[in-house]
Structure formats: C-alpha cells, structure tokens
Design a protein around this ligand. Sequence first.
Ligand code: KIV
Length: 293
Amino acid sequence: MDSPTVREQGRPRGPITVPMIATRKRRAGDLPVVMVTAYDEPSARIADGGGVDVLLVGDSVANNVLGYEDTLRVTVDDMVRHVGAVSRAKPSALVVADLPWMSYHLSVDAAVANAARLVRAGAAAVKLEGGAERVAVVEAIVRAQIPVMGHLGLTPQSVLTMGGYRVQARDVDAAEEVVSSARALEQAGCFSLVLEGVPDVVGARVTDALGVPTIGIGAGPHCDGQVLVFHDLLGLGAAPVPKFVRQYARLAELATEAVETFAADVRAGTFPGESESYHGSEELQRVFGGAAV
Ligand code: KIV
C-alpha cells in the first residue's frame, strides 16, 4: 500500500463519508475535523489537495464569488451550479452544501425537495442555519436519507434580525439557548454542527454537550473541528478579514502583480515570445514571413 503523502497525513485515505465525520470527537482522541469552503472546480481541487476533510459549498459564495453584500441573494439554482462545479473536482473530501435562505423556511416538503436538488448536484450532505425552530425540517430531511449539518451562533442568513454580523451568545441566557438548540439539533439527527461567532467558552460548552462534532468558525479552539472560508485563508478577498481568520497566504496581491507583469510585457512587445508562438510549415513561413507589423 502507498504511504500517505505529507499533505494527506491526518486524513484517512479514500473518500470521506458522513459516518466518518459524525463520530469525530477530540475528547475521544480523534483529530480535529478540517473544513474549508469551496465554490468551484479549482477551489475544490486546491482544498482537497491540501487534505481537508470537508468541502463546504457555502452560501458565502454570495460574498466571495458573486459580489453580493450578504447571503440572502443566493438561490437554490445558484447553489446547484456551484455544487456541481465542486463535485466535478472529484474530491476525496466530503461535499456539504448550504441550503440557502428561503429554501427551507416555507415548508418541510420544499426543504426536502431543495435538499434533494443539492444531493443530485453532487452534495453528500446539506447544512442549514437555526436552532430549535429547525427541528421539524431537520427531521424530515434526515428521514429522506439526506445527512444534515446544523449551524448555530452567528447565522449570516439572520443578518437582518441580528442587525449586522455580531458575536452571539455573549450573556448566560443566550449561551444557554445555544446549548439547548445544539442538543435539539443533535436529537433531530444532525451529524455535526457549525458554531459561528460565539465566545470560546460557549464553543467549549456546546462541544462538551454533544456526541456529534462541532466545527467552529470564530468559536474558539475547543471545537471538534475548524472551518475557514477559502478566500479568507488564502487572502483572495478585497474586504478586511474578521478577527478569527488566520491568513495563510496573500494570493490576491500575488495575482495582481502577475497581471501587472503580463500587461507590462504586452505593452513592451515582449509577449508573446518565440517559444509562445506557433510557427507553421516552412512554406507558410516563406510565403507569409515578413508580414509582421
Ligand atoms: O457559507 C459559509 O461560508 C459558511 C461558513 C461560514 C461556515 O456557512
């Protein structure tokens, strides 16, 4: 058997499945779950090559790819297109797709049908935002044999009611509510839970309370896994990144420099060179040669 490459160390060989994630708890000595967003074939290929466990086709495609200010503009059709692109990278990582705003709020039947569209596009599981009020929807989707990841704390689809993107569960009552919602979602059948924008002690308490893994983003170091947005961790975005992001590269700056150099080469007449041009047959060169400006 091949030995795993350095990049694959920590990730089991072969495709990652929902049951493999659902049992990953750090308190049992398991490695933390690594999740990164991906929105298209290149980002999926790069993140999968980096050895992540889970690719989240997030509705943050809105801000990071489609140029919207919030995730409320994203539709199921948008998600289907991006899930398809990610799945065409044939990743070993588990592909989880966000159910966008209004795709699971109107009726349980519509939620199941929309979840099925994302599965048919290539997702192995769906994610939805909200707490105890989502129990019926989670149960119905799980009954349809579609695994569900929950999402609590700062839930970007609630930006209007939250009055902006603010850290949640800052007082004891609100924190208790997050813990009880987390329990309700686990009971309803969620195989894991994203915890976003909550104090580290709340991240720790929820993680302790659950048998399924928590995956944190701005939720402190005690969660069973961590997720970052692809564009944030690689420095591809235009906006300043939130406090909880660690940037591992500044690719936007590198990319701009590369395009500047291309533009300068074209303007100086040094691109394309001989090796970057097709030359054709000797006869063609004889008859057409010397026609350059
Ligand atoms: O859409 C997204 O990027 C997300 C992550 C922040 C977890 O839901």
